[in-house]
Design a binder for this molecule. Structure first.
Ligand code: KG4
Ligand code: ZN
Length: 386
C-alpha cells in the first residue's frame, strides 16, 4: 500500500509518500518521495515561531510541495496516487495544524481514500525506525520501551510495554528542553533555532578548554589547527555554574524555566561587572557549554533512573533535541557503562526534526483507524497528549 503523509504542526511543511510491502508480519517500507519546506528564515527575525506567519506559509507551501513529491514518486495526482492519507492533528500550533488537516481532507475526498489523524509525538517516537531515502524494515524490539521525547514543545518520558500502548511517566512542568535552548540563545543574541547554535558554541568551549590544558589527545586530533579560540581566565565554564533543576526529585518530571532564568540573571550580573562582558572572548561559549551540560545532566539522570526502575530494554530518543550530539554521547556512554544490553535508538539527523516520514510510519501501524466517513470530526488539538 502507498501512504501519503502531511506534517504542519509547527514551522516545517512536510509531505512524504511511503510504499509498504511484505504483509503485516514483516513489512518493508520504501520512501518513494519526501520533502520539507522549512520556514526558519521567515521566523528567525522574531526569535521564535510566529503562528499566523506559519499558517500563511503552510497554505502557500502545501500545494507546491505536493506537486514536487508526486513528481518525485512518479505518481499522477488525478489518478488516486495513494491508498491512504495520514495527517498530524496535534500537538502543535492549532492554526498551523489546521492547514494540514484541511489540505488532507480535500485530498482524501478528491481521491476517495481514507484519512487518519496522527499524534505528532507518536511520530517522533517511531522516527527512530525511519530513513529519509531507500527502504527499511522495523528491527526486532524488546519491551518495555522508554521514549525520551525532547522537542521545542515537549519534554516527556513515555513508557511502552507493547506497541502503541503509551504511559507518560514524566514531563516538563514548565518550558520544554528545546524551548529553553531557543530562549537562552535569544538572550545571548544568537539566531533561531537556538539548539544547534548553543550546541556549536558549547563544543567550541570544550575544544578550547582542551587547548588550554594542552591535551595530548587534542593535539593528536589536530584540534589546535582547527580552532583558534583564546579562553580568557575566569571565563571558562569551570567558573560558571548553572543549576540542574528537579534533577533529584522523586518523580520523572522536568523543569527548565528556572535554568533559563538562571542564565538571565547570570548575563545581568556579568553585564553589571562590565557592560560588554557577554561579548568577551569565550564568554558565550562558556555559558552555552554549562547550559548544555545542565540540560544533558538532568535528562540523562532521570532517563537512567527510569530505565532502572522500569527494567527498560530499549531506549528511544526522539524530537528536535535528540539531534544534540552531547546528549547522544553522554546518554549512550552512561547506558553502556551501566547496562550494555539496553538498546539505544536515536533518529538520523533529518528525522530528528519535524518531518512527514514519521507521520507515515504511524499511519501504517494505525491504518485500521483511517476513515472515509467522519472527516468533519478530525480537528486540530494543540494540547494533544500521547
Ligand atoms: O521536534 P522539533 O523539530 O519541533 C517541535 O516539535 O518542537 O524540535 C525543534 C527544537 C527547537 O527548540 C530546537 O532548538 C531544538 O529542537 N534543537 C536542538 C538541536 N537541534 C534542534 N536542541 C539542542 N541541540 C540541537 N542540536
Ligand atoms: Zn516535533
Amino acid at each position: 500500500m502507498k501512504i501519503l503523509s502531511i506534517e504542519t504542526s509547527c514551522d516545517d511543511t512536510g509531505i512524504a509518500i511511503l510504499e509498504v510491502k511484505g504483509g503485516e508480519k514483516n513489512p518493508t517500507f520504501k520512501i518513494l518521495a519526501e520533502g520539507i519546506s522549512s520556514q526558519i528564515k521567515i521566523h528567525a527575525p522574531y526569535g521564535g515561531v510566529f503562528p499566523a506567519l506559519a499558517k500563511r506559509e503552510h497554505i502557500k507551501n502545501l500545494p507546491i510541495l505536493l506537486e514536487k513529491i508526486l513528481k518525485k514518486a512518479k505518481l499522477e495526482k488525478n489518478k488516486k496516487p495513494v491508498d491512504m492519507i495520514a495527517v498530524t492533528y496535534g500537538p502543535g500550533l492549532e492554526p498551523a495544524l489546521w492547514t494540514g488537516i484541511v489540505f488532507a481532507k480535500e485530498l482524501s475526498k478528491k481521491w476517495d481514500v481514507p484519512l487518519l489523524p496522527v499524534n505528532h509525538m507518536e511520530g517522533h517516537t517511531l522516527s527512530v525506525f525511519g530513513k529519509n531515502s531507500g527502504s527499511f524494515k522495523i528491527p526486532k524490539i524488546e519491551f518495555p520501551i522508554l521514549s525520551l521525547l525532547v522537542s521545542g514543545g515537549h519534554t516527556e518520558l513515555v513508557l511502552a510495554k507493547d506497541w502503541m500502548k503509551y504511559k507518560t511517566i514524566g514531563e516538563t512542568v514548565d518550558d520544554a528542553a528545546g524551548e529553553a535552548f531557543d530562549k537562552v540563545a535569544r538572550m545571548m543574541g544568537l539566531p533561531y533555532p537556538g539548539g544547534p547554535e548553543i550546541s556549536r558554541l558549547a563544543e567550541v568551549s570544550r575544544i578550547s578548554n582542551l587547548k588550554r590544558l594542552g591535551s595530548a589527545t587534542a593535539r593528536a586530533r589536530g584540534i589546535f589547527q582547527q580552532k583558534n579560540i583564546r579562553t580568557l581566565q575566569n571565563t571558562n565554564s569551570a567558573e560558571i555554574y548553572l543549576p540542574r533543576p528537579m534533577m533529584y526529585t522523586k518523580n520523572y518530571d522536568f523543569s527548565f524555566s528556572g535554568l533559563k532564568t538562571a542564565v538571565l540573571y547570570l548575563i545581568r550580573d556579568l553585564e553589571k561587572e562590565h557592560p560588554d562582558k557577554l561579548q568577551f572572548v569565550g564568554m558565550k561559549e562558556s555559558i552555552a557549554r554549562e547550559f548544555e551540560d545542565a540540560v544533558v545532566d538532568v535528562l540523562t539522570y532521570k532517563t537512567l533512573k527510569a530505565i532502572k526502575e522500569h527494567k527498560v530494554k530499549t531506549l528511544i530518543v526522539g524530537g528536535g533535541v535528540s539531534a544534540n550530539k552531547r546528549l547522544k554521547k553522554i546518554l549512550t556512554q552512561k547506558i553502556k557503562a551501566e547496562n550494555p544490553k539496553i538498546k539505544v535508538l536515536f533518529p538520523g539527523k533529518k528525522l530528528s526534526m519535524d518531518n512527514a516520514v514519521m507521520i507515515a510510519l504511524v499511519g501504517y501501524f494505525r491504518r485500521n483507524k483511517a476513515t472515509k466517513k467522519g472527516f468533519d470530526k478530525i480537528k486540530a488539538v494543540g494540547g494533544l497528549s500521547l
